[in-house]
Design a protein around this ligand. Structure first.
Ligand code: ATP
Length: 361
């Protein structure tokens, strides 16, 4: 177990492209940090710098009590699990797991002990240990890749999109296995994914990256309840948050979406932003269907998706014709063309500055 500290980490590739613009974070001993963001945001670059597979252009990286900027990957006491598993096809599962230890020069008996222990943790049978990787399922191969990381008894695990080659059902199962494994072993872990659901379910904290910048660092609940930017608000949560252009009244007590009734602002209003044009955000699960409520907004339904546990209702509301998605619990018999009274709870409004795209309240 080790603390991993990044201070002012930047990356400029040899062609001059600036991929990481300055990352500061202290990842605590035993913490599970997820780096999440869309394709090309720089998450693999950051992970590879921590692994030592990519040089650090600027900044300081320490693992435990050592500065590791100039150490080789093999000297950093880390183990990495890749998306494509990176298993040797001609070696048995046992040999794949033992290989790194052999290179390290460990005695045969210790290698055997460590491999057997990891196999037990990962529920790989003796019969599976003698197979070749191609004779295993995708999930089993991913377990072998994790086994190879575990046997090294590293102080840090690095995961680079380890589940993206698995089908949806297996991904959910392996996600749970990784979470359990990390909790049981208590090894500091850094995990890269572009999947926000995976990030939310796995991470103690998430670092959301956008074009090489840290948009926000926080627990899954902090990011969900208080996204600090439009980017994070739109990225975290499924289905995505609804947005509409709106205006706060001069006194900062209400907010109006074009052509609609003014909605009250919760928590005593936003006096300091009175008179401002803003972007209003509200999550689909924070909209209610309330017949007869005086502050309900009429929504014209265009499409309904039945998910079983929930019903997603898509449409547009009022004169503004802004798109809107509402998530209702359970099975609802709603059809396209219907007009529904929708109520927005003032406690669940997110207000952003359209210019800076930062949160205002
Ligand atoms: P993905 O999810 O698609 O893997 P990512 O968030 O992991 O994306 P990176 O692979 O870290 O993104 O790449 C970040 C940016 O740096 C991208 O714009 C990419 O094109 C660029 N980049 C990556 N490697 C190099 C390189 N060797 N030279 C120049 N630019 C690079």
């Amino acid at each position: 177990m080790a603390r991993v500290v990044l201070e002012g980490i930047r990356k400029t590739y040899p062609n001059g492209f600036k991929a990481i613009h300055g990352v500061d974070v202290a990842i605590e001993e035993g913490e599970f940090l997820v780096l999440v963001g869309p394709s090309g945001c720089g998450k693999s670059t950051l992970l590879r710098m921590i692994a030592g597979l990519e040089s650090i252009t600027e900044g300081r990286l320490s693992i435990g009590d050592r500065d590791v900027n100039n150490l080789e990957p093999s000297e950093r006491n880390i183990a990495m699990v890749f998306q494509n598993y990176a298993l040797y096809p001609h070696m048995s599962v046992y040999k794949n797991m033992a290989y790194g230890l052999k290179i390290m020069g460990l005695p045969k008996a210790e290698i055997e002990e460590r491999v057997k222990k990891a196999a037990t943790i990962l529920e790989l049978t003796d019969e599976q240990l003698i197979r070749k990787p191609r004779q295993l399922s995708g999930g089993q191969r991913q377990r072998v890749a994790m086994g190879r990381a575990i046997v090294r008894e590293p102080s840090v695990f690095l995961f680079d999109e380890p589940l993206s080659n698995l089908d949806a059902k297996l991904r959910v199962q392996m996600r749970l296995e990784i979470k359990t494994l990390q909790a049981n072993l208590g090894i500091t872990s850094i995990y890269v994914t572009h999947d926000q659901v995976e990030a939310m379910t796995l991470g103690h904290r998430l670092m959301v990256l956008n074009a090489g910048n840290v948009e926000q660092l926080g627990t899954p609940i902090e990011l969900y309840q208080r996204p600090e930017s439009l980017f994070v608000a739109g990225f975290i949560g499924s289905p995505a948050m609804n947005f509409a252009e709106a205006r706060i009244d001069a006194a900062g007590k209400t907010i109006t979406i074009s052509g609609q009734e003014a909605l009250p602002l919760g928590d005593g209003g936003m006096a300091e932003h009175g008179g401002k044009d803003v972007i209003l955000g509200v999550r689909p699960e924070h909209l209610e269907l309330v017949a007869g409520a005086p502050d309900a907004v009429p929504m014209t339904v265009t499409m309904v998706e039945q998910l079983g546990a929930d019903t997603l209702v898509h449409g547009h509301f009022g004169e503004s014709k802004s798109d809107l998605t509402v998530r209702l619990e359970g099975i609802r018999h709603i059809k396209g063309g219907e007009v529904l009274p929708i109520r927005v709870s003032p406690d669940h409004l997110h207000v952003f500055d359209p210019k800076t795209e930062r949160r205002l309240s």
